[in-house]
Write a protein that binds this ligand. Structure first.
Ligand code: TYM
Length: 338
């Protein structure tokens, strides 16, 4: 009997910083690594999304390579997974245009990420790209007809829009898209800023001391953990409402070691925050040190990385171009002559 094709998993990450941070890793990319065993995996670097806010063209290409190296260093296997760069596949922008035409202005404007990001300088000066960002994201996803999209909590609304657009297209034309499901791990869906645990850890919103970058000097990361904001008592207890800082550290500790929160709470019973943070700092150093070395090693061979991305784009194109051809046919576009 022929093997059934595996259902697909797909996700993306922006190359907007010199390093991924712990929110990216624990909230999303760690799940990419585990899911690649049971699904046909597609993971990409969202460089088209990265230009929806002002960016530095001198850094974008290198950051894209650094992103690819980090994915491989954390365990994404280029033999099994298609690792590719979004701008290498024009199909993403092409499907986005189609979906733009299915999305109402009000629907796009209601997205909370657009509201947050445009609030800074006022909606009037935000780019239209920022407004249509989630529609490009919907195109990224729907092209591959995946079952799951592993992301952090902040992407849930974009996934809902993606499902709505898929349903709208399927209903208006013909069933073409699979309705993707978000894959969001409850425990690590929202890693918080170490200095301001009322906010998520984020490339754009966190101060340098609130964010742990995977490629930071390990001693710097250790220091950031030791100076994370906690609260005025000294009991290590998980309580997201009353003790968000400590709870966030417990979440990170548990995710990195595999120890349960209860086990950690029992282990630190009667000890102060100093011991707790000191031990977590060591755990973080042990994790980031080999990861950093591996990433730097991979970056030394730029040709090999580019070859991985080329191979990934070929695998992706085989799927994306077929979906786009179906879409164009269903929309009634006149077929171009060969
Ligand atoms: P990006 O680049 O901002 O983040 C990459 C992934 O990291 C997750 N994440 C977090 N998870 C938990 N806690 C945090 N503090 C935290 N910060 C970030 C994000 O949820 C995300 O999963 N729009 C996407 C990129 C994208 C995409 C796609 C994702 C473009 N097209 C298609 C999935 C499918 C973004 O900006 O992620």
């Amino acid at each position: 009997m022929a093997d059934q094709p595996l259902p697909r998993v797909l996700s993306g990450i922006q190359p907007t910083a010199d390093s991924f941070h712990f929110g990216n890793y624990l909230g999303a990319t760690r799940q990419w690594v585990t899911l690649q065993d049971e699904f046909e995996p597609f993971f990409f670097i969202a460089d088209l999304h990265a230009i929806s806010v002002e960016h530095d063209p001198k850094k974008l290409g290198e950051r894209t390579r650094v992103a690819a190296a980090q994915l491989i260093a954390m365990g994404i296997d280029p033999e099994r997974s298609a690792i590719f760069v979004q701008s290498h596949l024009p199909e993403h922008a092409e499907l986005a245009w189609v979906l733009n035409s299915l999305t109402s202005f009000g629907e796009a404007r209601r997205m909370t990420q657009f509201k947050d990001k445009s609030a800074k300088d006022g909606e009037g000066s935000a780019s239209v790209g920022l407004l249509t960002y989630p529609i490009l994201q919907a195109a990224d996803i729907l092209l591959y007809r995946p079952q799951y999209v592993p992301v952090g909590e902040d992407q849930r609304q974009h996934l809902e829009l993606t499902r709505d657009l898929a349903q709208r297209f399927n209903h208006r034309y013909k069933k073409t898209f699979r309705l993707p499901e978000p894959f969001i791990l409850k425990e690590t869906a929202k890693i918080l800023d170490l200095q301001n645990p009322a906010k998520k850890m984020s490339k754009s919103g966190s101060s340098p001391s609130g964010i742990i970058d995977l490629l930071d000097e390990p001693t710097v990361s250790a220091k950031k953990i030791r100076s994370a904001v906690t609260d005025s008592d000294s009991v290590v207890r998980f309580d997201e409402a009353e003790k968000p800082g400590v709870s966030n550290l417990l979440t990170i500790y548990s995710a990195l070691t595999g120890r349960t929160i209860e086990d950690l709470v029992t282990a630190y019973d009667g000890k102060g925050y100093g011991d707790f943070k000191g031990d977590l700092a060591e755990v973080v150093v042990e994790f980031v040190t080999p990861f950093r070395d591996r990433t730097h090693e991979l970056l030394e061979d730029g040709d090999r990385l580019d070859a991985v991305l080329h191979h990934g784009a070929e695998k992706a194109r085989a799927v994306a171009s077929r979906t786009l051809a179906d879409v164009y046919e269903r929309l009634g576009f006149l077929k171009a002559r060969d």
